[in-house]
Write a protein that binds this ligand. Structure first.
Ligand code: ZN
Length: 329
């Protein structure tokens, strides 16, 4: 339920919009491209990052039939002018729609929306629904604003209303400028970002007000589940700081949202399952990126988990989160 894809030939948005900061691709040799942010190198990618057909045999090797696809967070473009971000979102979403239309037995799509503008975001959310997407992917913060900000609530409300699932992915990592070395934004910043998103949605009362909203958090909820004891203790000892918008103990929300299984560690995964239940843990991979679980759930199948737990992770939890059943496949 957590894989990334992007268009092979995105326009040079900076030329179109007249300002920089956007990602374009430099196809410098067959099958490979450099993701470039203006003239700055961001990441080398291979054709499995844009070619839906090439991907299928790669994940079929691991007995996987479906991938839920969404864009790469660096393409969210929340920082851009809202109408420009809407245009980019539409382009990315149409590309994803082409893939699940061409291969309906192999792909399910999540859209991206211009979160920095509530009205435009809802407009594109509605279009995503119309073109057959099952949900959206959003960032763990929106231009450094947390997900409990009032401006995001109508978007979550619309997701609940439209029966659209939400995946929260870390990006724009806190502390990045002061910890570039050792890949720390990815290793330290990302888990913290995801915990920031979960705490914001809990303490801001988003889950409390929208009990039908189905949210899945990347990378097993980041550092949230591992630090739930501390978070609950903080809630109890300093309610004047923590419980100002929602007086429900944060532990109560364990089992009310979904997480993926990307822990790379069977004991960590067992701990996650103990806290949220196997029916809330989805098979995620972060394919095709190297920090992901590119052996697609092998550690789950080989780990000390019951058949039921494995079946929940491999299929049932993702279907629940997407609001689907086996008959929809
Ligand atoms: Zn990812």
């Amino acid at each position: 339920m957590h894989t990334h894809i992007m268009p092979k030939n995105p326009p040079k948005w900076s030329e179109k919009f007249g300002y920089g900061g956007f990602i374009h691709l430099d196809h410098h040799k067959p099958g490979f491209a450099r993701m470039m942010q203006d003239s700055k190198f961001f990441r080398e990618i291979e054709s499995n990052c844009w070619d839906a057909k090439i991907r299928i045999p790669e994940y079929e090797k691991f007995n996987t039939q479906y991938q839920v696809i969404c864009t790469i967070p660096v393409l969210f473009s929340y920082w851009a002018k809202p109408h420009d971000c809407l245009e980019i979102s539409r382009f990315l979403n149409d590309d994803i729609a082409e893939h699940y239309t061409a291969y309906p037995k192999n792909y399910i799509g999540l859209g991206t929306i211009p979160m920095q503008d509530t009205d435009l975001a809802i407009k594109e959310l509605e279009r995503c629904k119309e073109i057959g997407m099952k949900g959206i992917q959003i960032g763990s913060n929106i231009n450094d604003k947390n997900l409990d900000e009032d401006q995001f609530f109508p978007i979550f409300e619309a997701c609940q209303e439209l029966d659209m699932a939400v995946m929260v992915h870390p990006w724009n990592m806190m502390g990045k400028p002061s910890m570039e070395k050792y890949w720390l934004p990815w290793l330290v910043g990302m888990p913290a970002e995801t915990s920031r998103a979960i705490c914001s949605m809990i303490f801001g009362g988003v889950f409390e007000k929208l009990p039908g909203l189905r949210v899945c958090f990347s990378h097993s909820g980041g550092s949230f589940i591992g630090t739930i004891g501390r978070i609950e203790h903080g809630f109890n000892c300093r309610p004047d700081l923590v419980a100002i918008d929602n007086n429900v103990n944060p532990r109560e929300y364990l089992g009310k949202f979904w997480v993926d299984c990307i822990t790379h560690d069977e004991k960590a995964l067992q701990y996650v399952i103990d806290h949220v239940g196997s029916r809330k843990v989805c098979l995620g991979t972060d394919y095709p990126f190297p920090l992901g679980d590119l052996e697609i759930g092998k550690f789950v199948e080989e780990g000390p988990f019951s058949e039921q737990v494995v079946e929940d992770i491999m299929q049932n939890s993702t279907l629940d989160w997407l609001g689907m059943t086996v008959d929809d496949l």
